[in-house]
Design a protein around this ligand. Structure first.
Ligand code: CU
Length: 510
């Protein structure tokens, strides 16, 4: 659901784009950065974007920790970048639509320097990591001002679950547009393959960071709302329908993550079964086959894929009905299975049923408290997305759990659209969906609350880390419109404190 002025605005910008394109073709090619910046700031499109389909599959830039530390500089800057073989004006990290993939091991420290070369406030969140939300940690109450360079530092526990995570900007009110502009990337906590039988530990890995890109004449309008029903291109690692291959009989580990702002995906590989070994960075309790996997924004699955009969197959997103809108069936990548059938070390048809998994079900722990949160839309003239009838208030603690207790939360959806619930710092266990017991296969950090009265009950552990953090709908247009609340986890006997920094500085400027 979005404000309706958007389509009119897009129409007007489209007309501008056409006029701009005619003007620029008369003036020749735009080569200089100044011209691009001028084009970007006036929203006059620089170039049209016609992505090339069928380029070879390519992964993002890979950055690895060494000696227990990963230092990474992430520069958010507007400019002309190449996306799937064609120029786009966007505001990504380090000049690429998909940020670098960060690789760490349990126990490592990630140190980021975010260079904010944009004209907007921003900040950073390490989605799914079980780390401290305090200080310069995974603290989304901070505001990184334009023209500043801000350090963040998180240290993963030594028993941190291995799997696929991601990072993205998380500045309330601007998150959707900034993620659309390119401020997100994958984060991999290593050693997931060590939980597999020995014969599978050397298999090839692939990262599939899925997101869409909406442009107006080749310019990503990251200052404004996105139109989730408008024309868009669904990309894998920033590529339109890239080509990849595996050998018949070969098993690969695919790390599939939805790092986009708003859209759901419902992925499937024609003629193949996806064997899920981790969900949201949590290794599963039972490996399970899936013909398709629903990935709302923020969701990740680590799956084993074994090449079938030689041939060409579509990796696609199937139609998915979110309620207010439905996502279409679209090809995401083209997969060639090559023959003859792999033998020896590469051939591993036997998929294990269990992993050596470190996490345990939460059901045996006592429930310290029960809470209910109702997700709905406002009825006013402006678009408002609400939890318990309210928009996000940066100065209020909405829940104050006691450290190292488990709470049972009931999440209710009183709107006509699915809402993917996400909470920072701790993973939860789903115990029922729409009144039916849910046999969880592990912990997770994103769950869809079904539309039209849907009800999800979760067990929420508040382990290890006191401090303030948030839970929210991960359709970022909804989060920006207010569908977010604050948790303050306190030690038993302690008093809650106001959210840090007097809330979020940028919200007090207005
Ligand atoms: Cu939502």
């Amino acid at each position: 659901m979005r404000a309706s002025f958007r389509s009119l605005r897009l129409f007007l910008l489209g007309a501008l784009a056409l006029a701009g394109a005619l003007l620029f073709s008369a003036c020749g090619t735009i080569g200089s950065t100044d011209a691009v910046n001028a084009a970007a700031t006036t929203t006059t499109p620089a170039v049209d974007w016609t992505p090339k389909a069928g380029l070879p599959f390519r992964e993002p830039v890979q950055l690895h920790a060494s000696n227990g530390r990963l230092k990474v500089r992430l520069e958010a800057k507007r400019g002309s970048i190449e996306v799937s073989g064609a120029p786009v004006v966007a505001t990504p990290f380090n000049g690429r639509l998909v940020g670098p993939t960060l690789h760490v091991k349990p126990g490592d420290t990630i140190e980021t320097l975010l260079v904010n070369a944009t004209d907007q406030d921003t900040n950073i969140h390490f989605h799914g990591l079980h780390v401290s939300p305090k200080g310069i940690g995974d603290n989304v109450f901070r505001t990184f001002r334009p023209g500043t360079t801000v350090k963040s530092q998180v240290t993963l526990p030594r028993d941190h679950p291995p799997g696929t995570y991601w990072y993205h900007v998380h500045l309330h009110g601007l998150t959707e547009g900034q993620v659309m502009g390119g401020l997100s990337g994958l984060l991999i906590v290593e050693d997931l393959k060590q939980l597999l039988p020995r014969r599978l530990r050397g298999i090839k890995e692939r990262q599939l960071a899925i997101r869409d890109l909406q442009t107006t004449g080749g310019v990503v309008d990251d200052a404004e709302q996105i139109d989730p029903q408008g024309p868009t291109q669904r990309l894998v690692n920033g590529l339109l329908r890239p080509k990849l291959s595996l050998r018949s009989g070969e098993t690969q580990l695919w790390r599939i993550g939805n790092i986009g702002s708003d859209l759901f995906y419902n992925v499937a590989l024609e003629g193949h079964t996806l064997q899920v070994i981790a969900e949201d960075g949590s290794p599963v309790w039972n490996v399970h086959p899936a013909s398709h996997l629903v990935l709302p924004p923020g969701k990740r699955y680590d799956v084993l894929v074994t090449g079938g009969r030689p041939g060409s197959y579509q990796f696609k997103t199937l139609r998915y009905d979110e309620g207010f809108e439905a996502q279409p069936r679209v090809e995401l990548a083209s997969v060639t299975v090559t023959g003859p059938r792999a033998t020896g070390a590469a051939a591993h048809p036997a998929i294990p049923r269990r992993l050596r998994t470190p996490s345990t079900p939460l059901g045996k722990r006592p429930i310290a408290r029960k809470r209910t949160f109702v997700f709905s839309f406002g009825t006013g003239r402006t678009f408002e997305a609400l939890i318990n009838g309210r928009q996000f208030n940066p100065d209020v603690n909405n829940a104050v759990p006691i450290l190292n207790t488990v709470e049972q939360w009931t999440l209710v959806n009183k709107s006509n659209e699915d809402h993917p619930f996400h909470i920072h710092v701790n993973d939860f266990q789903v115990v029922s969906v729409n009144g039916k017991p849910f046999h969880a296969n592990g912990l997770q950090d994103v769950v869809v609350i079904p539309k039209n009265g849907g009800r999800v009950v979760i067990l929420n552990p508040f382990d290890d880390f006191p401090g303030h953090f948030v839970f929210h709908c991960h359709i970022l247009g909804h989060e920006d419109a207010g569908m977010m609340q604050t948790v303050d986890v306190i030690r038993r006997g302690a008093r809650p404190t106001p959210p840090p920094g007097g809330g979020m500085a940028h919200m007090h400027d207005k």
